[in-house]
Design a protein around this ligand. Structure first.
Ligand code: FHN
Length: 428
């Protein structure tokens, strides 16, 4: 009963909202670009990387803010080379980068006038990393999204506190409106001083689900400053008015295997799913649970089959380098995309929903059938209402098939099976 009521509430809310928010022409064009782009690089980087224990270390190790501040003094990523990072992303076939401008520790990786808890004022490095990256992205023609944490374990005005941040040694007072104004001022800086920003990726609302986040004002501010800027919010709920895309964390849309997507039904906005290469977002020295290239490519393909982008994370090391285990995997994904990108870029989720054998994508008059898990020689596709003209493998080999009112039966020669992805093209 509770679930039904929740569903009804979200349904009503999304109808009301969809009537109010009218995305601009530029925004709609950016959404279209986003859906065609399909693959992006997520970057989690902050002073926490010094400890090599992930981005939640302040909370998990119960570090108070005075002690945590010392990390900024050790953060000197002299080997950071934005040209190298952007090239790694591009060579992986990624079309955009989403970087943490600040994470839950509240530390700004950009120069801000709103607090000296930022990279220029507090680290020996003293350079605005976001500026350097933004300039390089512009140069190399790759779009940039800004991750922005709503939850803050450092700011005194993040009060009353939510589920986290209780060990940071802050006073039990604070002015929530000041905190909202602080965020608005920072977002204004980010959307004024760094060129064109493809999107803002919010995270952390889940810390205080019932607080008044003033999202309407914040979203209007963003769209006023840069109408094309896409807003997404990882609140783990259905989309809220003013948002332009919907993300799923460590999950394909509609699944809730990770437990992060709790109440998030799939809305009508462009979709994105984000995932880590090992099990950590921020640099983690001990985490060697690297996913294989096959797993990562299959994740990308499944995301595309589910009509979603794939945002794959790297957590750079404190010296500014991306660890070699990530770089080599990204290179191999890029090689695969160089060959098979046609079946991913610019596609939308195909006419046959995900099956045990794989997924479908589609573009123009082609359906790409991705066999990710070969079951047997006979593939049966349900009828999807198109008269098929031709069916062939990606390398051009024609396949025998039969189409009738029940669907399409295709024979797949066993010797042609690719353990990563056997791509069959059905042209109608
Ligand atoms: O707490 C964060 C986490 O550190 C990371 O940034 C991920 C990325 O999707 N999001 C949060 C949890 O929902």
């Amino acid at each position: 009963m509770k679930i039904v009521l929740k569903f009804l509430l979200f349904f009503v809310v999304s109808i009301i909202y969809s009537q109010n928010y009218r995305p601009s022409e530029e925004n709609l064009a950016n959404r279209e670009w986003f859906q065609n782009a399909k693959f992006g690089m997520f970057i989690h980087w902050g002073v926490y990387s010094v400890l090599g224990d992930g981005e939640w270390v302040m909370q998990q190790k119960k570090i108070d803010k005075k002690t945590y501040e010392r990390l900024a003094g050790f953060f000197n990523p002299v080997e950071f080379n934005p040209q190298e990072w952007v090239s790694i992303a591009k060579n992986a076939g990624m079309k955009y980068i989403t970087i943490t401008t600040r994470h839950h520790d509240g530390f700004s990786m950009f120069y801000t006038k709103q607090s000296d808890w930022n990279i220029v004022d507090k680290t020996p490095y003293k350079k605005d990393i976001i500026k350097l990256l933004a300039e390089e992205c512009e140069k190399q023609g790759i779009k940039l999204f800004f991750y922005y944490s709503l939850v803050d374990w450092y700011h005194d005005d993040y009060f009353p506190r939510g589920m986290t941040g209780q060990y940071s040694g802050r006073p039990d007072t604070g002015n929530w409106n000041n905190y909202i104004n602080f965020m608005k001022a920072q977002l204004t800086e980010l959307l004024t001083n760094y060129g064109s920003v493809a999107g803002i990726w919010f995270d952390g609302l889940w810390d205080k689900k019932n607080a008044d986040w003033k999202l309407k004002e914040i979203y209007e501010l963003i769209h006023k400053l840069q109408p094309a800027c896409l807003i997404g919010n990882n609140h783990h709920l259905a989309p809220i008015e003013g948002e332009d895309f919907q993300m799923f964390e460590k999950d394909l849309p509609g699944r809730n295997t990770s437990g992060f997507s709790g109440e998030a039904e799939i809305g009508r906005l462009p979709l994105e799913t984000c995932e880590t290469i090992n099990n950590s977002w921020g640099f983690n020295l001990l985490d060697k649970n690297f996913k294989s290239v096959k797993e990562l490519i299959q994740y990308l393909v499944k995301a595309a089959g589910n009509n979603a982008n794939f945002l794959l994370n790297v957590g750079p090391m404190p010296n500014g380098k991306i660890q070699p285990e990530f770089v080599s995997r990204l290179k191999e994904i890029g090689d695969w995309l160089n060959r098979y990108g046609e079946s991913i870029y610019g596609t939308r989720g195909g006419p046959v929903p995900q099956k045990s054998w794989g997924v479908t994508t589609q573009k123009d008059s082609k359906v790409y059938i991705h066999i990710l898990n070969y079951e047997n020689q006979n593939l049966l596709l349900p009828d999807f209402g198109k008269k098929i003209k031709n069916i062939y493998l990606f390398d051009g080999t024609k396949l025998n098939y039969k189409q009738d009112s029940f669907g399409i039966a295709i024979k797949i020669p066993e010797e042609k099976i690719d353990p990563v992805d056997t791509i069959i093209i059905a042209e109608y």
